[in-house]
Design a protein around this ligand. Structure first.
Ligand SMILES: [Zn+2]
Length: 408
């Protein structure tokens, strides 16, 4: 028979700033990750959008904290020993961060409701993001600015944040932002005379301790909006990071903050124009190179045969030159390019009688040669430049034969 434990006393409700405590062990669970329940605790269990605390209990590290029917279990990395009483200490920087983000969330939700009549329908807090969800599309920049001005003003007022228990029958007297999901006694967190929330979380003493609050992104999610925001230390670190980045950009572009977008836009347009010009010049260069190559072409029947090893850092140079060559009539061209491996390309502009794919079976018999393509152009890889010469021999023999059959 399972013994029913009384609910764990939540010391973090009485004082969210307390870091150390001692408590009596009321249950132990063995296993790879041992767990203990205590008669009272400062460790906040995951719930209400706020993640659990971590810290130490005896000699063990607290990895996770979960609540089951009012009993809080501390999941540990090691057995805490057999002592009846354990001393605990929470990881304060983590808790303080959660308090700043959670109180900031209450204030931001109150601002969206008060100014824009937008209720909060979701709250998420994790090490790398804090968000609330609102119904409807993202507010425009002006409305978002009004919300932030409101938040800033309430933080400057240093309004106290209280928490207290209210009996179920008295709850209607409290103007809660949202009806509580649980029945029975309700814990209310109040930003004095501004916002009343049914909430079990840990909060800072007053709005000034939220430190600062910034909205980093308004994300449309289906019919709703996800507001990404940061409070306190997180907002401060984010602010510093953005300052560093903008300062570096200002140095690189030698411009002031306000002129930064225009300066970037100007550089982008310039780069696009240069790219366009470069492409035109490359095309022209290939045309000239193709024309120069054709003056040295070897006649085979009416065909003009061109062979060339392409020297370029540009992997597409071979294709560009091939296009330049095949723009002329009666050309047969064999090009190769040495990058990581030897590539070859074989094309002709002799008309529809000639199908280069007929050559492929013979070429595939040469060790190291792979490839394929269409009637006018085949390409692939080869072992080395010697192999390219073997491809050339096959091509010339095949061309001589084709000349007799087709009289080109
Ligand atoms: Zn809350």
């Amino acid at each position: 028979m399972t013994r029913l434990l009384s609910p764990t006393r939540k010391l973090y409700w009485a004082d969210a700033y307390r870091r150390r405590f001692t408590a009596r062990v009321v249950e132990r669970r063995e296993g790879r990750r041992p767990a203990v329940a205590l008669n009272r605790t400062l460790f906040y269990p995951t719930g209400g959008g706020q993640p659990h605390d971590t810290g130490r209990l005896g000699e063990a590290r607290v990895l996770d904290v979960v609540e089951e029917n009012g009993v809080i279990y501390h999941i540990l990395d090691a057995d805490p020993g057999h002592a009846d009483e354990l001393a605990g200490e929470i990881d304060w920087p983590r808790r303080w961060d959660h308090m700043q983000q959670h109180s900031g969330q209450h204030l931001l939700s109150a601002a969206f409701l008060t100014l824009l009549d937008r209720p909060t329908i979701g709250f998420h807090l994790s090490p790398d993001s804090v968000t609330i969800d609102l119904p409807g599309p993202p507010p425009d920049a002006q409305d978002a600015a009004r919300v932030l001005d409101f938040v800033q003003a309430v933080m400057a007022e240093d309004r106290p944040i209280h928490s207290y228990q209210v009996d179920e029958e008295d709850i209607d007297a409290i103007p809660l932002r949202k009806k509580p999901a649980v029945s029975g006694r309700v814990r209310v967190v109040e930003i004095e005379n501004l916002d009343w929330s049914a909430c079990g979380g840990t909060h800072v003493r007053s709005t000034a301790q939220i430190g600062s609050l910034i909205i980093t992104r308004l994300e449309r999610r289906g019919a709703n909006t996800r507001v990404h925001f940061l409070c306190g230390g997180r907002a401060h670190r984010d602010h510093r990071r953005r300052l560093d980045v903008t300062r570096r950009l200002m140095d690189i572009l030698t411009t002031g903050l306000e002129d930064l977008p225009a300066a970037v836009e100007q550089r982008r347009d310039e780069a696009l124009n240069v790219q366009k010009k470069l492409r035109r010049l490359e095309k022209r260069l290939m045309e000239l190179e193709a024309a120069a190559l054709l003056t040295q072409a070897k006649p085979i029947g009416r065909a003009r045969f061109v062979e060339r090893r392409v020297m370029s850092d540009d992997a597409n140079a071979m294709q560009k030159l091939m296009r330049g060559l095949l723009a002329h009539e009666n050309v047969v061209a064999l090009l190769s390019w040495q990058g990581g491996q030897t590539r070859w390309s074989l094309g002709h502009s002799l008309g529809s009688d000639l199908d280069l794919r007929q050559l492929m079976p013979a070429l595939r018999d040469i060790p190291g040669v792979r490839g394929g393509g269409g009637p006018d152009l085949i390409q692939g890889v080869a072992a080395d430049q010697e192999t390219i010469q073997q491809i050339k021999s096959h091509l010339l023999a095949w061309l001589a034969e084709a000349e007799t059959s087709f009289h080109f």
